[in-house]
Design a binder for this molecule. Structure first.
Ligand SMILES: Nc1nc2c(c(=O)[nH]1)N=C([C@H](O)[C@@H](O)CO)CN2
Length: 119
């Protein structure tokens, strides 16, 4: 089993508990670890045989931008579920969702969710 990483993927979403957060989308940064069998692609050198990380990134951006959750927990769970549903080659996904601009006295806040069968 091998891994693909997507780090500090930037997107935005309508996210937050408070009324003032329900007006404008906020910036989010997402780190994703994907476990998949990449051995066929390693031999064939063909993108059709692998997990295309550009497609995963586009899917995550699309899902985040159309979502309207209050909690980052709910959005993170939605994203890991969406990845597993749309990319059957992925056997395990770990995703860290950061909301970096929300606390003036902290560099970042984040949650980490994972789903699937880790090898
Ligand atoms: N565990 C969490 N705590 C909080 C969240 C959250 O999503 N998960 N969100 C908020 C507010 O929306 C925050 O972004 C502004 O204070 C508060 N706590």
């Amino acid at each position: 089993m091998q891994k693909i990483f997507i780090e500090q993927l930037e997107t935005s979403s309508l996210i937050g508990v408070y009324d003032w957060e329900r007006k404008n989308k906020q910036r989010l940064l997402i780190d994703i670890e994907l476990q998949a069998d990449l051995s066929t692609a390693a031999k064939s050198d063909d993108v059709e045989d692998t997990l295309n990380y550009a497609q995963v990134a586009a899917t995550v951006i699309f899902l985040a931008q159309k979502a309207e959750f209050k909690l980052i927990e709910a959005l993170a769970n939605n994203l890991v579920t969406g990845i597993l549903e749309q990319f059957p080659l992925v056997s395990f996904v770990k995703l860290k969702l950061s909301k970096p601009d929300i606390l003036s006295n902290a560099k970042n806040v984040a949650v980490e969710f994972s789903k699937g069968q880790e090898v």
